[in-house]
Design a binder for this molecule. Structure first.
Ligand SMILES: [Mn+2]
Length: 374
């Protein structure tokens, strides 16, 4: 892969500055653009636009989504579109209109009762347009959705026992280099899945502390740059090009800023957290809910923690839920049903999940969740 000399941001000094010049590179990847965009001779004037584009829609909020996008990029080229749950369907509805789209990968984006039907509809349209679609995920899913996707020949790679990047790595290993196993191992760590059969094998290739610090620094850079889509795409590229997180400029300095913020979060949670019989909860005002939710659970002494943050642009709360080791219920399943009944959506894993809840329903969501988890 041709690495242009302008790749790196010029600024060597820490600070919070991110590379502002990355955009052009993400737009037109020099990598594996298959086929021909412009025929040299215009003999086929009347021929319909050929489908040549490869796109990966992946989860932008954590290392698993970013790493999955990087592995897809290394294996297939193409561009990434990074989304969160509130923006998930919007992005899908956009790409379905793209007449150049040839191949679509969707990574680490779970489906809920609210979104699954629309998802199947969009996939059906894509398949009618002969777009090849691969859906890779590890969140709890309605088995009927998998059946429906198989029926329309969407390739489904789904296993709740490994993280999405590990599933991606395993599926496309032959198209990936050695370093890809490290990218997958980092994702497994941040998804709490580094003890799973494949995840643990990948991790043991590397020194454990080295992998832990790399995964953690990467995660802090992802979490701290959620409002800077260009930077997240830059991370995808750098990982796809087999850079270690520490070799990406300023990542450790940025991580230090994040840990400082988190340490302040501990104090804020101690002050602002409230409890019900079975859970601790807190509204977060100036950080991501997912960064605070583990503190809410831990400091509340309850087996379930809930943190929520208003998304003014969408009129909703983005909610994060975590369960301790002693939490015996499947939070992802409960939250999926509850959020849907309140006009929102949600779901995920047994001990880590999220939801989108209409603003006026947040209190109801918490009280109902409290009832359902005893
Ligand atoms: Mn994941």
């Amino acid at each position: 892969m041709a690495v242009s000399s302008t790749k790196k941001p010029a600024t060597k000094k820490p600070a919070t500055k991110k590379p502002a010049t990355k955009k052009p590179a993400t737009k037109k990847p020099a990598t594996k653009k298959p086929a021909t965009k412009k025929p040299k001779t215009l003999t086929k004037k009347t021929v319909k636009a050929q489908r040549t584009k490869i796109i990966c829609i992946s989860h932008k909020e954590d290392c698993d989504g970013i790493s999955s996008a990087a592995l897809i990029r290394q294996a297939f080229g193409g561009d990434a579109i990074l989304v969160d749950y509130p923006g998930q369907m919007e992005a899908l509805n956009q790409v379905v209109l793209d007449e150049k789209l040839k191949s679509l990968f969707i990574c680490d984006l779970g489906l809920s009762k609210k979104t699954q039907d629309e998802f199947i509809d969009i996939m059906t349209t894509l398949r009618k347009n002969k777009v090849s679609v691969t859906y890779i995920d590890h969140h709890d899913i309605d088995p009927d959705v998998i059946k429906a996707l198989n029926k329309i020949k969407v390739k489904v790679i789904h296993d709740i026992n490994e993280c999405t990047a590990v599933l991606t790595y395993t599926a496309f290993k032959s198209k990936l280099n050695d370093h890809a196993s490290f990218v997958a191992a980092c994702a497994a760590i941040t998804d709490y899945m580094e003890t799973r059969p494949i995840g643990s094998k990948l991790l043991q290739i590397y020194d454990r502390q080295f992998a832990l610090i790399s995964a953690t620094v990467l995660t802090y850079n992802i979490v701290g740059h959620q409002k800077e889509p260009d930077y997240l795409l830059y991370l995808v590229e750098e990982l796809a090009e087999s850079k270690f997180p520490h070799a990406i400029p300023n990542t450790f300095e940025f991580a230090q800023i994040q840990v400082e913020k988190l340490s302040q979060m501990i104090a804020k949670v101690k002050q602002g957290m409230k409890t019900m019989k079975n859970l601790g909860y807190m509204e977060i005002l100036d950080a991501g809910a997912s960064g605070a939710v583990n503190f809410v659970m831990g400091l509340s002494g309850k087996d379930v923690g809930v943190a929520y943050k208003e998304r003014i642009d969408h009129g909703i709360y983005a909610v994060s839920v975590r369960g301790s080791k002693d939490c015996k219920v499947h939070l992802g399943k409960i939250v999926n049903i509850l959020a849907t009944s309140l006009g929102g959506s949600g779901g995920g894993h047994d001990k880590a999940c999220g939801a989108v809840i209409p603003k006026p329903k947040i209190k109801k969501f918490i009280t109902e969740l409290n009832k359902k988890i005893k």
